[in-house]
Design a protein around this ligand. Structure first.
Ligand code: FAD
Ligand code: SF4
Length: 458
């Protein structure tokens, strides 16, 4: 860690050609030094900035006393996935933005402290676990194993329910496994969280597509009393510009799944070749776009560009990751909208025609809207295009449930207890709110678990 609290990262040359985690995090001396800077404010504004309401002041206090497992237990009272959130939460907009020391432009690095205690537990091999759980024998099906499903399953298992997690893919973790790359979130961290759940007694069944392998009615007949749906919003959206079906155009979802879940980055050790050309263009500027761009770079592309219709100020991706991408040499075409992807004679991508934009009045998102400048057409030569412009709800499961109310955008409608229009079905995460964040999925899942415990716990 530098004088000013900058976190050390692995060497840039190593970084851009491997999938090793970029940030090293704190070692013990750095964590103690950072915790020692905390003012232990009486009203702890940091906690008000945390969507999960973690008792940040207290967990930092416990680090100061070197009580790392107790510190972690304090975090786990409000957040079931600290090793994950310590790495991927947008702390700079949440707890750290609320820290009193932001006035000096030097807030406590709360995310890195959270990561430190979570990693300390993994390194110690010790897990604070209540094994004398009083089983109530009530079967609950948790569908989807992203942060929402894992959180709900954990809370229900601790309350004694007989929890079954059903996952469509061959691996658990949802976006944490198939979306966010190894260099931001090592997969052993996700595996550790799933292992923790299994030790609590939860059963996990992969390759189970709810709505197809079995319907909820089948599961009801098999004795399940309540259902939690946390299936995310993984259906890719496209821009609907000409050329999106050419060879060399990927949806970010497909690209990242091949690279991360199917370990395309370890080809030929794993049998998943991922073809990236020399020049890759990524449409979009959220976390998904940046993850795709940085994966393409690591897979050998010579030049990778983010093509975005607004400016740096409006980018939805985490600031830390935008900075990492800039350091790694990702290029930017800002105020630029793709108009048409064009090909060579064999139907392979050759480039994209774009329009230049200027910023207009704020739109519904509150950000300045991009307005195309007539006649500003220009071309960018590319041989691979990755489309990362958002996702929507996959209808496979939800359309199989008669009477399930959806909102106008196609997501599950729930009340304040995350209960759907059907009495025994609860839902949380991206399938309720649309693409959001890990911590919001966790929060909603905890509300759903509490409601299930109250209603079905006897
Ligand atoms: P998901 O994580 O999508 O998990 C849903 C699971 O349900 C999946 O495993 C899916 O296979 C399974 N499923 C779907 N249908 C079925 C079915 N019919 N039967 C059984 N299983 C099914 N958020 C942050 O806070 N910080 C970040 O840095 C960040 N980066 C991101 C990067 C990428 C590439 C992506 C895609 C998202 C990112 N997000 C980030 C957003 C965050 O990951 C999501 O908001 C969060 O994962 C939503 O959790 P979830 O549990 O609702 O759904
Ligand atoms: Fe510590 Fe900042 Fe929270 Fe004050 S606001 S208790 S300094 S982390």
């Amino acid at each position: 860690m530098s004088e000013h609290g900058a976190i050390s990262k692995i060497n840039l040359q190593e970084r851009i050609c491997t999938f090793k985690e970029v940030s090293r995090g704190f070692d013990e001396a750095e964590a103690l030094k950072e915790a020692g800077r905390c003012l232990q404010c009486a009203n702890a504004p940091c906690s008000k900035g945390c969507p999960a309401g973690i008792d940040i002041k207290e967990f930092i206090h416990l680090i100061r006393g070197k009580k790392y497992l107790q510190s972690l237990a304090k975090i786990r009272e409000s957040n079931s996935l600290p090793a994950v959130c310590g790495r991927v939460c947008p702390q700079e907009e949440q707890c750290q933005a609320a820290c009193i020391l932001i006035k000096k432009n030097d807030p406590i690095q709360i995310g890195y402290l959270e990561r430190f205690v979570a990693d300390a537990e993994i390194a110690s091999g010790m897990v604070a676990l209540k094994l004398d759980l009083a089983a109530n024998g009530i079967k609950v099906a948790v569908i989807g194993t992203g942060p929402a499903g894992l959180t709900c399953a954990g809370d229900l298992a601790k309350a004694g329910f007989d929890v079954y997690l059903f996952e469509a893919l061959h691996k658990t973790g949802g976006v944490l496994a198939y979306g966010i790359p190894e260099f931001r979130l090592p997969k052993n961290i996700v595996a550790h969280e799933v292992e923790y759940l299994k030790r609590l007694g939860a059963k996990v069944e992969c390759n189970f597509v709810a709505g197809r392998t079995q319907t909820l009615d089948d599961l009801r007949k098999a004795g399940f009393k309540a259902f939690f749906i946390g299936v995310g919003a993984g259906l890719p959206q496209f821009l609907n510009v000409p050329g999106e079906n050419l060879n060399g155009v990927y949806s970010a979802n497909e690209f990242l799944t091949r690279v991360n879940l199917m370990k395309g980055y370890a080809f030929p050790e794993y049998d998943t070749p991922v073809k990236v050309g020399r020049r890759v263009g990524v449409f979009g500027a959220g976390n998904v776009a940046f993850d795709s761009a940085r994966c393409a770079l690591r897979l050998g592309a010579r030049e990778v560009s983010i093509i975005y219709r607004r400016t740096f100020n409006e980018m939805p991706a985490r600031k830390e990751e935008v900075e990492n991408a800039r350091e790694e040499g990702i290029k930017f075409h800002l105020l630029t909208s793709p108009k048409e992807i064009f090909s060579d004679n064999n139907g392979n991508v050759k480039g994209v025609i774009c329009l230049k934009n200027e910023l207009g009045a704020p739109d519904q998102s509150g950000r300045s809207s991009p307005v195309a400048i007539a006649g500003s057409d220009f071309g960018i030569e590319l041989d691979t295009v990755i489309v990362a412009v958002g996702t929507s709800a996959n209808p496979l499961l939800i359309s199989s449930i008669a009477g399930l109310k959806l909102n106008k955008r196609g997501y599950i409608e729930v009340n304040e207890h995350m209960q759907s229009s059907i009495n025994d079905i609860f839902a949380a995460g991206d399938i309720v709110s649309g693409s959001a964040t890990v911590i919001s999925a966790i929060n909603q899942a905890r509300l759903a678990a509490a409601a299930i415990i109250k209603k079905f716990g006897g």
